[in-house]
Design a protein around this ligand. Structure first.
Ligand SMILES: [Zn+2]
Length: 207
């Protein structure tokens, strides 16, 4: 297992080799935050947002880094901007996190837009993924994609649309853009982190 500093070196290289790779900059920012280098994390998160302005979670993390640097007004402005992006995209989890951060720092978050009216028959299954657009029409997977604990949980909590979006679109993007080698522990760990993040599961603490 590589140390935090090794990972930072690895992702710094990735971010400079492939300067338009938003996932590389995003992950570098997260690792720099973990290492307590908030000034460098701000730069990485800002770069991520230049490439991918709809990546709402990044506003949340950027604001936290700005706050750690004592730039509270900037942090609140970042969260407000991010809150609007998240609300528009239906990214409920980052939106509510940013509302909480704004309140904790003496600002008043806006009111969420009214939930969209959903048509089509109700299926009785609710998908827990933040940003899931299926609503009451969410369909459950017929069976866990793989017979392990995580995928059984996915089958219980995540709808087929969200799983297919992850599996057919997002996971391919993560593997390609981060050039993950899934035969290595490092590659597998990074892959899992993105999958958990996408599904709205808590990322398990490292053993
Ligand atoms: Zn869903």
């Amino acid at each position: 297992m590589s140390s935090l500093q090794d990972r930072i070196v690895q992702f710094r290289k990735m971010a400079s080799d492939d300067a338009d790779n938003e996932l590389g900059h995003f992950r570098l920012g997260q690792l720099l935050t973990e290492a307590g280098d908030h000034a460098a994390a701000v730069t990485s998160f800002e770069r991520t947002l230049e490439i991918s302005p709809g990546f709402s979670k990044v506003f949340q993390l950027l604001g936290v880094s700005q706050l750690k640097l004592g730039r509270k007004d900037e942090a609140v402005a970042t969260w407000l901007k991010g809150w609007k992006v998240a609300d528009e995209r239906g990214d409920k989890m980052p939106r509510d996190e940013m509302a909480k951060l704004m309140r904790e720092n003496g600002a008043t978050p806006p009111e969420p837009a009214k939930a969209q009216v959903e048509d089509g028959p109700e299926t009785g299954f609710r998908c827990t993924r933040p940003g899931c657009l299926a609503g009451k029409r969410a369909k459950q997977l017929a069976a866990p994609p793989i017979q392990d604990e995580v995928h059984q949980r996915i089958c219980r909590e995540i709808c087929a649309d969200c799983w297919n979006d992850w599996f057919k679109n997002q996971s391919v993007k993560v593997i390609n853009e981060l050039r993950l080698d899934l035969s290595s522990d490092f590659g597998q760990e990074e892959y899992d982190k993105y999958m958990f993040e996408f599904l709205g599961f808590e990322v398990p603490a490292k053993a």
